[in-house]
Design a protein around this ligand. Structure first.
Ligand SMILES: Cc1ncc(CNC=O)c(N)n1
Length: 225
């Protein structure tokens, strides 16, 4: 697990405890097919269509996390999340440009069931019932899955097709990796003083996200036509 910091913390413990699920989410057949160069373009397009819709919803979730940052925390904490939001703006432009290249009509896409389910879950997390520590843990986990998945497509020996490098580098870059690490630090700091009940909730949210991410990749490969 090269993307995980080695020191002991709640987040690293949870990754170890859910190792199988984490591997299923970050080494899915969709990702493996990018890495070994056997990916069918139709699957890639399916993923991109669905992910654009997801990202639009994700922007709202990230904004909700920003609002929950405690006012007495150092300014840098909010800045990390603000940086994430800023990156999402260029990400949306990137999606439009890529969609053009792949001849995808983003406004014609209907979100599939697993995508809708994930977006519904994001909405739950956006509410005031979800406290900051739980929300920031969720944020970290969502970004981690993409970072770890796409980083593996840049490893030595990977045969990622040239046309997919732009995608793979977006989430697999060292810069994105460092940002995910900052999120992990925010998450662990937020978890320092929470109740047992909140800790349990945060762990459950991590597991749920891993499951939803697996189903998200599934959409690209299971869908036909
Ligand atoms: C389903 C899913 N999970 C995580 C990400 C990565 N975050 C923002 O782009 C994403 N794009 N899509």
């Amino acid at each position: 697990m090269s993307t995980i910091s080695e020191s002991r913390s709640f987040t690293t413990d949870w990754l170890h405890q859910n190792h199988e699920l984490y591997t299923a989410a970050t080494n899915h057949t969709f990702i493996a097919s990018i890495r070994d160069g056997t990916i069918d373009v139709i699957n890639f397009k399916h993923w991109m269509e669905q992910d654009y819709h997801f990202v639009r919803e994700f922007v709202r979730f990230v904004a909700s996390v920003l609002l929950k940052v405690p006012r007495d925390s150092p300014e840098q904490d909010a800045d990390v999340i603000l940086g994430g939001l800023t990156a999402l703006e260029s990400e949306i432009s990137w999606f439009r440009k890529e969609a053009n290249f792949w001849q995808i009509f983003l406004e014609k896409v209907t979100p599939l069931e697993s995508n809708k389910e994930y977006c519904e879950f994001l909405k739950e997390l956006e509410g005031t019932e979800t406290p900051y520590p739980v929300a920031v843990v969720a944020f970290w986990m969502i970004e981690l899955v993409y970072n770890a998945s796409f980083m593996s497509c840049l490893e030595e020996g990977s045969k990622t097709p040239f046309e997919l490098l732009s995608t793979v580098k977006r989430w697999g870059s060292l810069e994105f990796h460092q940002y995910v690490h900052s999120l992990q630090q925010l998450a662990d700091k937020a978890l320092e003083n929470v109740s047992e009940a909140e800790l349990k909730k945060a762990h459950e949210v991590c597991v749920r996200i891993l499951e939803l991410e697996i189903k998200f990749w599934d959409m690209a490969t299971i869908q036909t036509g």
